[in-house]
Structure formats: structure tokens, C-alpha cells
Design a protein around this ligand. Structure first.
Ligand SMILES: Nc1ncnc2c1ncn2[C@@H]1O[C@H](COP(=O)(O)OP(=O)(O)OP(=O)(O)O)[C@@H](O)[C@H]1O
Ligand SMILES: [Mg+2]
Length: 232
């Protein structure tokens, strides 16, 4: 199977040790999995309800009845010198986006002052950030945040390692067999669900349950996928 360009790029950036990257594109392609990588990482999942406390830390009740400060994932990643994964960054609230400007700034200028101890924290050597998003284009991010991430990869194909674990004809569909150029990729989660369900009730029933009014389109794509599997 030919490795899609976007995944070749992700591998190249990893090898090159690039420390600020955005992975964006449709759901279920493997962005978060790739962002987490194989080494140590801290993860911040952004939602509309996330607050700055979810990024840098908060006071939490301690067993002795008092309060204890707990660093958030961004500060933990700074201290440890590991990767920070900012997942679903486009969902972050204005406050969190503003704070991310400080947390993702170049390592030389980034610093954070502990609100209780006054300790000055800076990113340790090895700190990096990968942000993921379903946005159509990274320029949808606030300009100053986008500027901290000059490199953005449009992940428009499912991760090869995940595709390889699918049934042959499903792998072909994952790679775009039988797909009109305008139609969206089917997510790895959906393909895996189909793979599993079809073992119990066959392709037609599974397609009806999972794809509803798009079942016939999917079965057509699967037929093309199975022709291509035989051909290869
Ligand atoms: N390289 C891989 N090897 C095995 N499984 C993978 C791989 N990449 C992704 N997956 C699996 O595919 C599914 C989708 O991956 P992931 O959550 O990374 O997608 P995503 O692009 O971040 O989606 P979303 O935009 O919805 O957050 C997950 O169940 C994940 O475990
Ligand atoms: Mg994700």
C-alpha cells in the first residue's frame, strides 16, 4: 500500500524533530493517535467548557482537608520537557486560546509564574506541541496562535497502520476506493465498527445499520474495494 502524502509528511516532521505542528482534517483519520506518538506526552482536550485551570492547573481538595495545587497538562509538559497534545483546539474558549498563546510561544520567551509560590516555570528542553483539529483550514485559528505553528498538515487519509488491520476490501474503501472526489473519507472508527459487526450479521445488514440511507453507496464502494484487493 502506498503511504499517503500526509502520513509521509507526519513521519518526516517527527524525524526532523519539529516542535510545533498542527494536524487537521476530518474525524477519525488518526490525528490524535499520531499526535500522542510513542514517547511521553501530556494531553489537553479542549471543549467549550474548558477553562484556564484545565491548562495550567488548579487548587484541589487534599486528604488532610486543606487544598493542594495540581499542575495542569501544559505545565506538566513544560516541567517534564515532553510533548503537549492540544486536542480539538478549535473548540477552545477565548480564555483558553489566549492562554495557549503563552503556553506555546517559543521556548526562550515562554514563562509562567505560579500563582501561589511565585515560582517561575519555563519549558524544559524537549518540550513540543502538537495540536489537532477538525477545522477545514488552520487559518481559522486566531492569527497569533496560528503564527506559533508555521507547519500544519492536512490529514486527509486514514493512518496506514490502522488501515492495514482492516479486512482487505475495507482497507481499499479506507484508502478511497469507490469514493467520489467530493465525498468524505469514512472514519477509522466507522470502518472498524463495520468490520466487527459484519462478522456477526454480514455486509448487507451491517451496512444498513451503520450507513442507513448511504448503505448502497457504501456497498458499491466495498465491491470496488474487493475487486481492487483481488487485483493487487
Ligand atoms: N496508527 C494507528 N494504529 C492503530 N489504530 C489507530 C492508529 N491511528 C488511529 N487509530 C485508531 O483509529 C481511531 C481514530 O483515531 P484518532 O482518534 O487518532 O482519530 P482523529 O483523527 O483524532 O479523530 P477526531 O478528529 O474525531 O478526533 C481510534 O480508535 C484510534 O485508536
Ligand atoms: Mg482526535
Amino acid at each position: 500500500m502506498e503511504i499517503p502524502q500526509c502520513w509521509q509528511d507526519v513521519a518526516l516532521l517527527e524525524r526532523a524533530g519539529v516542535t510545533r505542528v498542527i494536524l487537521y482534517g476530518p474525524p477519525g483519520m488518526g490525528k490524535t493517535f499520531a499526535a500522542m506518538g510513542s514517547g511521553p506526552a501530556e494531553r489537553l482536550i479542549c471543549t467549550e467548557d474548558s477553562t484556564t485551570a484545565d491548562v495550567t492547573g488548579m487548587w484541589q481538595p487534599a486528604a488532610d482537608g486543606g487544598w493542594r495545587w495540581c499542575d495542569g497538562p501544559a505545565i506538566r509538559a513544560w516541567r517534564r520537557g515532553v510533548r503537549l497534545v492540544v486536542d480539538e483546539v478549535d473548540r477552545a474558549s477565548g480564555d483558553v486560546l489566549s492562554l495557549l498563546l503563552a503556553m506555546t510561544d517559543s521556548d526562550e520567551s515562554a514563562r509562567w509564574i505560579h500563582p501561589h509560590t511565585g515560582e517561575v516555570v519555563r519549558p524544559a528542553h524537549g518540550f513540543s506541541v502538537v495540536m489537532t483539529s477538525n477545522m477545514e483550514h488552520p487559518d481559522e485559528l486566531p492569527a497569533a496562535l496560528r503564527d506559533r505553528f508555521p507547519i500544519a498538515v492536512a490529514v486527509d487519509a486514514p493512518a496506514p497502520a490502522a488501515v492495514n488491520s482492516l479486512r482487505g476490501d475495507l482497507a481499499q474503501v479506507a484508502m478511497g476506493a469507490g469514493r467520489s472526489p467530493s465525498s468524505r473519507r469514512i472514519s477509522l472508527r466507522t470502518l472498524r465498527a463495520f468490520d466487527e459487526l459484519s462478522r456477526h450479521c454480514g455486509d448487507v445488514e451491517s451496512a444498513r445499520i451503520i450507513f442507513a440511507d448511504r448503505a448502497n453507496d457504501f456497498l458499491d464502494a466495498l465491491a470496488i474495494g474487493s475487486t481492487e484487493t483481488r487485483a493487487s
